[in-house]
Design a binder for this molecule. Sequence first.
Ligand code: SF4
Length: 744
Amino acid sequence: MSEWKKTSCVLCFSNCGLEVTTEGSKILKVRADKDNPRSHGYICRKGANIAYFQNNPERLKYPLKKVGGRFERISWKQVLDEIAAKLKEIVERHGPRSVAYMGGGGQGCHFEAAFGVRFLHGLGSKNHYSPLAQELTGYFWVQGKAFGRQYLHPVPDIAGSNFMVFWGANPMVSHDIPQAPVVLRNKKKEAGFKLAVVDPRVSETAKLADIHLRLKPGTDALLLKAMIKILLTEEGLLDKEYLTGKVNGFEEIKDWFDDVNIEDNCRVCGLEPGQVREFARLLATRKSAWRSDLGILMGRHSTLNSYLELILLALAGRIGVTGGNVFAGHLMPMGSHTPEEDPKTWRTVATNIPLIMGVFPPNVMPEEIDNDHPQRIRAVIVSGSNPLRSYADTNAYERAFAKLDLLVTVEVAMTETAVLSHYVLPARTGYEKWDGTFFQWMYPEYYFDMRPPVAEPEGEPVEEAQIYVELAERLGMIPDYPPELREKAKDRVSYGAALMKLVQANPKAAPWLPFILAKTLGEELGSKNLSALWGLLARFPMMHPEDVTRAGYKPGPLTGEEIFNKIVKTPGGVKIGVVDTESNLNALKTPDKRIHIRFPEMESWVKEVTPASEEAALVNKNFPMILMAGNHMEMVANSIMRDPAWNEGRRYCTMRIHPEDAGKLGIADKDLALIETEAGSATVEAEVTESSHKGQVVIPHGFGLVHGGKAHGVNVNRLAPAQNRDRFAATPLHRYIPCRVRKA
Ligand code: SF4
């Protein structure tokens, strides 16, 4: 058994610091890292059980090829030769749009995307399908219009706030804010602090709230409009100075809300107007910060909800101010800015959805495969992702994937998607390689944590980067570089100078630097991911000199090297920057450095959401109840924890139903219930609880995983119709799936 080693949790974006002991490939013991500068000794039940992820008996060890319906072990050389040849043939025959990459590294390992996306672009394709677009791209589109870049999004400055709003968010369990249980309980002790929750459910966070607006499922847009109207009409609630100095478009949009009747909107939402007015008054007059999550993002009117949220926060003057929602720092943005008006921005060929932040929504992939378009998708590389359980409409995915000419899955364990693949390539887990995430999103100080390997890989799994570099080599994507560059990598100062010379002499080599770094410095360091980090840090101090200075460094040609050395020697994370708290709105990238709130293309959508239209839309005779498909619980870790043993003895996958509904349907607690939607049906144990709203049932995500030859729990995505999605960004509306329920 080893000594305690520092690492971090790969199960959610908080990436809390852990300490583990290991033996070979196994994690033996886990505890919180009290010295971690980001998580300060906090972990939740999931992180404490990380050994169930690492020690999965169904780990993949060798490359596999499907032959006659069964997998056979083959060599790395053979598998990469065959995949490269098939990709070449598909692109030559059908064009680059016929290839897609579905990856991004999930919650703990983002470096694979640096190589996977570059490889995709090398094939001439921009078909990157990402989990970010499962929930966030409508929101990113709004941020891009408002702030000038889709990757700019403000986070709540909780420390500086005295009124904290969580809308459709349950941070006590989902950790929308890091260490939420500790942070919120401490905030509750501050004199005068108030916590407000908007959620149809009595969530764990709602139980702590001073104000809980328990709106009817699906009525968020109506409620947001009512609040905007309150700010527009009631004395002293608009931040006029802020609107004049910082906002563009206010005068043009204010009459869009002339017809809003606050009482009517509240009635359809099932709320008391007085309570809504009180909420709006507190929001407008206090140091209010705001965090919304899937209740908004995956609710009815997803993109519209994000737009109305932007308007409300702008009217209250809460963006870019202390105690409000502020722009955090980052080593690298989570994606690129791809405005749909740019002719270079691709759209999907069958569903006509634009790239937003450089990614397409997984929700439309089955339709992009299963069609007659000459450029339909024929080859998919899935990396660290399990669309057969994680994305809407499993039936549609199964039908579509069966039509692919090539499906390659890069994974740590045999998944439902891997089972359908032509080739399965074993990857190292986040504990067997150098890796990290770009979820800095901290304010004002921000950190970077590059986890060193703490466990030994068993068999032949590799860093994902190696797969893409070797495929790129076979396909001739990597430009020539001087052979002495490999030798120079022993001295990174002269290596950096040689690399710069190379790019100056051949600017076309610049996009391929991740591969050149991997082939030279990556070999020297024993990790291609580390070479990519070094490349990022070489530029970071020049791009953010003020943040770096505030963090205590002297920006200069060797500062990147200094930070790199510090990060490599400091598992748990190193402070790399401190953002400007005085003039936080300097982060804006709009030409006039103002927040833009008039989006002409949204005017009709804003106006069409009325009490009458919504009352009609909320009634569905065939499917009279609403399924909330997927919710965070301490027993849910997406589909990463495949071994169900970590939840043994718990009711981990039930359908939660309100007692009144259960009574009407003759369903008792622990009875089996049949739930049906347009997409499919499932039989599931009922849990009768007042936490669900009347008319709503709730089933968690992340189950239905096959382990030990048996499925555990219900795969809620088999109940989620692909067509039940946002009209603009195609985000699946998992928080609002019409369904019917009866006793099984
Ligand atoms: S799952 Fe828990 S321990 Fe892991 S990062 Fe998230 S909050 Fe931290």
